[in-house]
Design a protein around this ligand. Structure first.
Ligand code: G6P
Length: 611
């Protein structure tokens, strides 16, 4: 999610690092920093805000050095402040580290390190790494070995670059779950989290695999595994261009983000599940657990896609946690005169954490004495800061205006909150809890299986892209999915689309159905399945053109529908995480076919900071 760049050679590294960071800003841009080595030791420059802020700061403190590392941050642990920006130091400021990823066992490591005298200065998980390396340097003089040994203690994901003032000609880089690429030049070498940062200098690269550590000097790269086995790496040639790299090889950010969902779902649940206990543990809510457990009711308030996630949340929480839940558009909530109680818990769901109406709703809840809790993507955003507590969804920067990966991560977090409450209240048994946990773990692979074959969705898009209206129908957990599917189509293809609870169709929208009208029905096998079969018949009787989202083993609906799109099974309350995927893709391919600007649709904005 963040960006890493490093240089070792004969030139001044600073302009190369700053330029590289600018190229990586699309990955995260809430703070940035560089570390370099001069005669007086390691020099670190870091600033909250965009890379341009860092650039200004460096210019006023001119330095030059032929080796350095730089980082642009998208915060996960600790707000985006100057202090929390990377690089981070050990106690003696001998080592400096930049890191992408999440160290899952950082609390345990930090406690151990503090007990042996290490002093931490930041709220980040990353800071455990330089201190761990410092500890290992008590047993070896070699930074390459010390990094390797330290990584053996670390659980979670990392792409890191490390420098030491005692070995000022080396950058150590390592990877597990977060990409690292090494650029090979003449009398100079580079390291980066993706080729965008180094493509203007070299196209010769080495890609590290998980569990590999490299020692990079200006004319050599040595790679070993973290278990000290020697590895011969091949140099590969980059053949693609910069724009292609930023979008990860996809034509649009939206498509890239749709395809990131297996990974973003893993990030949303990572470190938050207790397998044995069949429950969830949400660090961000630990201080408010009693308030949550004793709440008279929950209010979920949000806008747009986040509101749709909230509606799914209502269904989940009422079914399993047995708490009454109201779901409110933030723009209505802020200007109504809602009756609020001190023992109400108000969840604010927001990808950006900056949406003006959601923020106003938060302030209203707060001033009424209720407890505002954030479910937010952007760390350190206003909603995150002003909430009493909250959970980050860790979906990474979402650049496409139409929200996709944030939605599924919001649902994953809502399901974790539901699981936690239901288990604590004893409404859900241990074996049911374990079953939920098992299903949560399987979701990323199931999403991947939908993404692996999009032929049918593309085919349907080709047929329907010229239509002017669409109807989306769903019941139960799939009703909010119908709303979200319709919203996706509207947002990026400018086709009028309406989402409806399937049974409500006969109170109005049924009048629209003729032999031209595409009707997307989300009809997976859940407790409302038999009911939705009747709704499909009602559409069919009026010659509507049915596109049905069904489970893999469903052979009933295909006989009633013109087209079916098959998705895997899961528990009813987790189904929206799967059933939305084909609808995101359908909207995407239809919009592309119509020649629309998918990533920046007309009239819309990613973060709506006005009323
Ligand atoms: C805008 C975006 C939507 C988003 C909504 C709420 O309308 O285009 O994609 O769902 O704002 O944004 P938030 O950042 O609060 O989730």
């Amino acid at each position: 999610m963040c960006g890493i760049v490093g240089y070792v050679g004969l030139k001044n590294s600073i302009p190369i690092l700053v330029e590289g960071l600018k190229r990586l800003e699309y990955r995260g841009y809430d703070s940035a920093g560089i570390a370099t080595i001069t005669k007086s030791g390691i020099q670190v420059y870091k600033k909250a805000g965009k890379v341009s802020e860092l650039e200004k700061y460096i210019k006023s403190n001119e330095i030059s050095s032929p080796l350095g590392i730089g980082h642009t941050r998208w915060a996960t642990h600790g707000e985006p402040t100057d202090v929390n920006a990377h690089p981070h130091y050990d106690c003696t400021e001998t080592i400096s580290v930049i890191h992408n990823g999440i160290i899952e066992n950082y609390q345990t490591l930090k406690k151990k390190l503090e007990e042996s005298g290490h002093i931490f200065k930041t709220d980040t998980d990353t800071e455990t790494i330089p201190h761990l390396i410092e500890e290992m340097l008590k047993h070896t003089n070699d930074i390459f070995t010390a990094v390797r040994l330290a990584l053996n203690e670390v659980e979670g994901t990392y792409g890191i670059a490390v420098i030491s003032k005692k070995e000022p000609d080396k950058i150590i880089a390592a990877r597990k779950g977060s990409p690292i690429v090494i650029g090979i030049g003449e009398n100079e070498n580079f390291v980066a989290s993706d080729p965008a940062a180094l493509i203007q200098y070299t196209r010769q690269v080495i890609y590290l695999s998980d569990g590999e550590v490299s020692c990079i000097t200006k004319d050599n790269v040595i790679t070993r595994t973290i278990y000290d086995e020697e590895i011969k790496k091949h140099i590969e040639e980059i053949t693609f261009d910069l724009e292609h790299i930023e979008k990860g090889g996809f034509d649009h950010f939206m498509l890239k983000e749709i395809h990131e969902q297996p990974e973003t779902l893993r990030n949303a649940i990572r470190g938050r599940i207790l397998m044995e206990e069949g429950t969830a543990k949400l660090g961000g809510l630990s201080e408010v657990t009693d308030l949550i457990m004793n709440a008279r009711r929950f209010i979920i308030t949000a806008c747009g896609t986040s509101w749709h996630a909230g509606l799914v949340g209502k269904y989940m929480l009422e079914q399993y946690a047995k708490v009454p839940v109201d779901v409110e558009y933030a723009s209505e909530f802020r200007y109504r005169e809602p009756v609020l109680y001190q023992d109400d818990v108000v969840f604010l769901i927001s990808q950006s954490g900056e949406t003006a109406d959601t923020l106003a709703a938060l302030r209203k809840a707060k001033s009424s004495g209720a407890t505002p809790l954030g479910i937010v993507n952007v760390v350190g955003s206003t909603i995150a800061r002003e909430s009493k507590a909250g959970v980050y969804i860790h979906a990474g920067p979402e650049i496409g205006v139409a929200s996709t990966k944030a939605f599924t991560s919001q649902l994953a977090v809502l399901s974790l909150i539901t699981l936690m409450i239901a288990r604590k209240k004893g409404i859900m048994s241990l074996s049911e809890g374990r079953q939920v946990v098992r299903e949560l773990y399987k979701l990323p692979d199931k999403v991947q299986s939908i993404l692996n074959d999009t032929t049918q969705i593309k085919f349907i898009s080709d047929i329907f892209h010229t239509h002017k209206n669409f109807l989306y129908l769903g019941r139960g957990y799939n009703f909010p999915v119908a709303l979200e599917g319709a919203l996706k189509l509207k947002e990026i293809s400018y086709i009028h689309a309406e989402g409806y609870p399937a049974a409500e169709m006969k109170h109005g929208p049924i009048a629209l159905i003729d032999n031209e009208m595409p009707v997307v029905v989300i009809a997976t096998k859940d407790s409302t399945y038999e009911k939705i079969l009747s709704n499909i018949q009602e559409v069919k009787a009026r010659k509507g053109r049915i596109i049905a989202i069904v489970n893999e083993d469903d052979h009933t609906i295909e006989k009633m529908s013109e087209y079916v799109i098959r998705i895997p099974h899961t528990l009813d309350f987790l189904m929206p995480i799967l059933s939305i995927i084909p609808l995101q893709l359908l909207a995407y391919y239809i919009a592309v076919k119509r020649g629309c600007d998918v990533d920046q649709p007309r009239n819309l904005a990613k973060s709506v900071t006005v009323e």
